[in-house]
Every structure is written in C-alpha cells, then in structure tokens.
Design a protein around this ligand. Structure first.
Ligand code: SF4
Length: 380
C-alpha cells in the first residue's frame, strides 16, 4: 500500500470552537491573538526542523489534525503549506489532508484550501441525528454535514473521509443504522467509525448521570459489527480496525503509522518517529508559543530499542486488516519472528484471536473484538 520511502508530516492544530463532551484531545477554544501566535511558532518549528532534518524527504503525505484545523483562517493553512514546501521536499502528488468540522465549511474556505494544495478532507460528522449531535456538544447539525459535503464536492474535493461515532449515549442499532444510511448516501471515499470511549476528566465522564445510558460492551460490539457489515456491503473495504475505504482510497498518512514509516510531527503535543527515536513535543501552549530552540519543546525523547521496534511492528501492524508479514519482519530486523514471538503467536492462534495465511498474521473476527488485549501482548 505504501512504499518504503514514504515520509509524512503531521501538523497539530490545537483549537476548537467548543469542547465536545467526550473529548480528551489536546484542543481548546482560544482567542485569535493566541491562534496567530501559534502559527508563528509553528513556522519557526518547521524552519528549525528542516535545518536539522536535511535528508528528510521526499514527503508524500501531510496531515493537518487537531483540534479543528478547519476552524482557523485558510490563509494560516496556506502559510504552513508554503513553509513546508520552502523547507522540505514535498512531492507534487502528496496526499494533503485537513480535518474539519462540517459546521465550518464555506465556499471561500474550501476554495482557499484547494488553492493551497489540500486535496483530502476529513469531516468530523460523528452522527446524522441532531439530537445525538447536541448531546455530544457538537457545533454542527446533520444538515450542515450534507451542505458541507456538497460544497466540498463543488470545490473539487474528490477524496473525502467522514468520521462517525457509535455506542453513543442512548444509541441502539436502529439509530446507528440511520446514521450509516445517511452517511453512505453521500458516498464519501473513506469512512472512519469509532466507538465512543468514556475518558476520565471529560464533561461526559463527570456528568454521566445526566446523559442517557451508554450501551454496554455487548451492545457496543454488536454496533461495531453492524457497521462493518453495512459498510462492506456498500463497497467500503475495511483496511484497519476502525477504517474503511473505497478501492485505492485508504488514507496513506495513517497507513504509514501502522507500517512504522518515519514521520515528523510538528506543533503542540505532536510526536515524531525518526531514526528509531520517538520525540513528543510539550503539551503546554505557553511554553510552545515562546520556544527559541527545538530542545525547549521536546519533552519526551525515547530511543527505541530493537525489542521496542519489533514489538511496535506487531502492535501497530496488526491493526491493519491484512495484518503483518513475517517476511517483512525478517527483512526489517534480520531476526526470526517465530523465535521471538512464538509463544504469543501460538497462544493466540490456539484461542482463535490470530490467524495466519500465506506468511501473514492477522486479527481474526474474534481477535478484533479483543484487539487491545491481543496487541498489548506483543509489548515488552
Ligand atoms: S471537534 Fe474534535 S478535537 Fe475538537 S473538541 Fe470536538 S472532538 Fe475534540
């Protein structure tokens, strides 16, 4: 799916119009002056990183994630893309994705994003039911998802992802089914379906009794499999635990994470993987805004051991529906995966959670239901 030379750049935009009730991502509403200062800091980080990473490239994917990158003026996104092109070798045909909230898409913004080089949009719809959207604290309506999608098509976007959430408070298979029908009626190229996870510290976790009950584990699993079957019938191939795409439309940027390609993560709290080192930036916004040296913001620098890298090969690679290739492990590490992971592989082949076919190991249907538990078994 990706070549060995695939290189990506992730840009974190930590701003949102309002905090959704379930969200624990690094994002918050901020005044315009802070947003402006953030982009100055981001451009500084791009320039400094390029001086350090003279060999990095060619870059085939750029991903603006957040937060809500669609919230900030389109000129800021254009400024980042020109800085990236001036400082890195960004391929002409690079996949350039921008995450946006459907309530923030208008003709002007869409054409400015296109002109800047954005060629893939990821719309956080989450639901097509206005009652559910209000409950989640989303700032948009179902009508705005349809309008935003139509405007994006009109602006020339032919590669669009829509995010949907399932296992919402009070949700059942019938309401999920309506959401899936409404989503696929738009015929996006890509769909991500995530189950709502109750995270500590979120408004939802702290006010749980005020919400309709969350579906239990069995109901959540039933919804997951309902979505998988529904989307596959509509021509979306599942290529990762939560991701589905029409043929040839998988998100190359995200695939590169699961294949352990190198990437640079720039911005608040962003992580990079380079030369078997994971670097994570500070999560403190005021610290990020005033940095003068990259070392000021690099809070966590972890050199991966060979054992860490081998574990990640399975931990990340098994998220892909096609799983991992034992030969690729041998090529990457010059070691026999069976000598290292034999007992774990045998255990999970026996309990029916891992399958093997043609030298590839993958999660079975049963394995997908308990994927976290299986994947953690590969960690040192
Ligand atoms: S829009 Fe996304 S990042 Fe922002 S608060 Fe909502 S879920 Fe979190």
């Amino acid at each position: 799916m990706t070549s060995k030379e695939q290189r990506g750049i992730y840009i974190h935009i930590p701003f949102c119009a309002r905090k959704c009730v379930y969200c624990d991502f690094l994002s918050a509403p901020r005044p315009d002056t802070v947003v402006r200062a953030y982009f100055d800091a981001l451009i500084r980080e791009i320039r400094m990183t390029s001086r350090e990473e003279t060999e990095y490239g060619p870059v085939s994917t750029v991903f603006f994630g957040g937060g809500t990158p669609g919230l900030v003026p389109a000129a800021f996104i254009a400024r980042v893309l020109s800085a990236l092109r001036e400082n890195f070798d960004i391929r002409q045909d690079a996949e350039i994705t921008l995450e946006t909230n459907p309530g923030l898409m208008d003709e002007q913004k869409l054409s400015a994003w296109r002109a800047a080089g954005v060629n893939r949009l990821s719309m956080g719809a989450q639901s097509f039911d206005d009652r559910e959207l209000r409950l989640l604290g989303r700032i948009h309506t179902a009508a705005q998802v349809r309008e935003g999608f139509a405007l994006a098509r009109k602006a020339g976007f032919d590669n669009i992802n829509i995010d949907l959430m399932e296992a919402l408070p009070g949700q059942d298979i019938r309401s999920l089914q309506k959401n899936l029908e409404a989503l696929t009626a738009l015929s996006p190229e890509h769909v991500s379906v995530y189950s709502l996870i109750l995270e500590d510290g979120t408004y939802l976790a702290e006010h749980l009794p005020e919400f309709p009950p969350l579906p239990g584990e069995d109901a959540e699993r039933a919804m997951y499999w309902h979505s998988v079957r529904f989307l596959e019938k509509r021509g979306y191939r599942q290529y990762e635990i939560s991701n589905f795409a029409k043929p040839g439309r998988a998100c190359l940027h995200n695939v590169s994470y699961w294949e352990r390609r190198e990437y640079l993560g720039l911005g608040l709290g962003a992580s990079s993987l380079r030369r078997e080192t994971r670097i994570t930036n500070t999560q403190d916004l005021s610290e990020y805004l005033r940095f003068t040296e990259l070392t000021d913001i690099r809070k966590d620098v972890t050199h991966l051991t060979r054992q860490d890298a081998q574990a990640e090969f399975f931990y990340l690679g098994l998220r892909k529906k096609e799983g991992v290739s034992l030969d690729e492990f041998r090529d990457a590490f010059g070691a026999d995966p069976l000598a290292i992971y034999g007992p774990v592989l045998v255990k999970h082949r026996k309990d029916g959670t891992l399958g093997e076919d043609g030298g590839r190991i993958f999660l079975t249907r049963r394995g997908l239901d308990v994927s976290n538990y299986i994947l953690c078994d590969f960690l040192p």
